[in-house]
Design a protein around this ligand. Structure first.
Ligand code: EPZ
Length: 427
């Protein structure tokens, strides 16, 4: 397994190009199943999860061609075509490694009338149930059976039928599965209390480009008039707001000045307002958003919640930044039940953080000290990298495969703005 080695204390200066959004890519890829025509996706990030999803789609009969690109280019152009659906089974050995595989459930049901998908199981940050996905599909007429660790879903003979789906809590994935199923259902579907994350809007825009009839984009009520068929399209993945937020924290924690190239302000309201409240300077510039800091971080009280509130995927990164604030911050994680595994590792670097149930009290310290630390999940890994960038001395982050799931060429992007960071292989 690889390690990331960081020698901290350097101010970051320069531009970091923001890649296509992982969480948009992972819901756009399965859209290829909804038509027998080619779907071309541009600006796809080079990430382990994108590759794994491509492998799963291959198994389902989707042909994939990747346009040649120079090694230094970020992002890829991928053309996917499901002329026929060769299989409707998403096996355990793939789903267990990438829970987003559950997002083939809706499209397979819509296109092929059936799907057998391994239950994704929990992960490091929580048990991650899929009951809301299944209830939503039942509202569209699907029959759901759970056997031997698999979900077996079957559409009615004539195909899925439009219905009313009211989510009791906001779920990004369940909204995505419902949306992808509804676009080919007979009749009209209304999805209430839909997630409003920008990645959902990206999905809806791609589906509309494929001929779907969807109203209510960016709102919590989506109305979908089902079509008999969708056609192919070309669609560019939105820039990754969480990657952008993560590198904004890198500028803040090192007292640097970084241009987030291609970042879209309108997709990251709570992230940018959180940075501003922490005393970080945020300014629009041609080509992106400039993040500048003078080394002074103000403490914050923040709670994660569904979009447009402060995103759970930024909690660990903000915690690393607030570990060096002039005062005590209070962070509350309201989405996942176990998303504080970065805390013990940050404390080993000299942070003073105490977890109390769903909240973490972060008492700012003067400095962090580099140490060997262990990544446990994607965003926790990034918080350790951020702490290492600011810490005195050397930090070694082990199990960086977590990072490779969500950050395209991280060390290259950080080296380009002055970080002393490298990847070492454990052989
Ligand atoms: C998506 O996960 C993202 N993943 C997550 O990003 C993100 O943290 C999460 O949304 C919240 O924004 C992708 O898009 C691939 P949810 P998802 O359904 O869809 C509960 C990252 O770091 N719930 O919105 O799985 C669930 O347990 C990853 O990039 C049910 O109870 O999240 C959680 O408490 C991590 N039943 C809450 O809802 C269900 O059927 C929100 O989960 C589904 C969810």
């Amino acid at each position: 397994m690889d390690r990331i080695i960081i020698r901290g204390g350097r101010r970051l200066e320069g531009e970091i190009p923001i890649s296509g959004a992982k969480n948009a890519a992972l819901t756009l890829l399965p859209c290829a199943l909804l038509t027998d025509e080619p779907l071309t996706l541009r600006n796809l990030p080079r990430l382990a999860d994108v590759d794994s999803f491509g492998h799963l789609l291959n198994q389902l009969g989707v042909s994939i061609t990747v346009e040649g690109s120079k090694p230094k280019d970020f992002g890829r152009v991928m053309t996917l075509r499901a002329s026929n659906v060769a299989s409707t089974v998403a096996p355990y050995d793939i789903v267990r490694k990438m829970r987003a595989s559950i997002l083939v459930l809706g499209p397979l049901l819509a296109r092929a009338g059936e799907a057998t998908v391994s239950l994704p199981g929990g992960c490091a940050i929580g048990n991650r149930p899929i009951d809301l996905h299944l209830k939503a599909l039942e509202e569209l007429g699907a029959e759901i059976e759970l056997t031997a660790g698999y979900v077996r879903a079957t559409a009615p003979k004539g195909g899925l039928v439009g219905g009313r789906i009211t989510f009791p809590i906001v779920s990004v994935g369940a909204t995505e599965n419902a949306l992808m199923a509804a676009v080919l259902a007979k009749g009209t579907t209304v999805i209430e209390n839909a997630a409003r994350e920008p990645e959902i809007t990206d999905l809806a825009k791609c589906l509309v480009a494929m001929g779907a009839d969807i109203e209510g984009l960016r709102t919590d009520t989506l109305t979908i008039r089902g079509k008999d068929k969708l056609h192919g399209a070309t669609y560019a993945v939105m820039p990754d707001r969480i990657e952008a937020g993560s590198y904004a924290c890198a500028a803040a924690i090192t007292g640097g000045s970084v241009l987030l190239g291609g970042a879209r302000r309108e997709t990251m309201p709570a992230i940018l307002s959180g940075l501003t409240d922490a005393g970080v300077h945020v300014a629009d510039e041609p080509g992106g958003i400039r993040i500048s800091a003078n080394g002074e971080i103000k403490p914050l009280t923040l709670s994660t919640a569904p979009y447009p509130a402060f995103p759970t995927d930024m909690q660990a990164q903000f915690m690393a930044m607030l570990a060096l604030a002039n005062g005590t911050s209070l962070l509350t994680e309201s989405i996942f039940e176990n998303r504080y595994m970065h805390v013990p590792e940050l404390n080993r670097m000299g942070a003073d953080i105490e977890v109390r149930g769903r909240s973490a009290v972060v008492r700012g310290v003067k400095a962090l000290t580099g140490a060997p630390v262990m990544a446990t999940d994607l965003r926790a890994s990034m918080s350790l990298v951020l702490a290492g960038l600011a810490a005195q001395g050397e930090t070694q982050v082990a199990r960086v495969y977590h990072l490779d799931r969500g950050y395209e060429r991280l060390e290259e992007k950080l080296q380009a703005v002055g970080a002393d960071i490298e990847r070492a292989s454990d052989g």
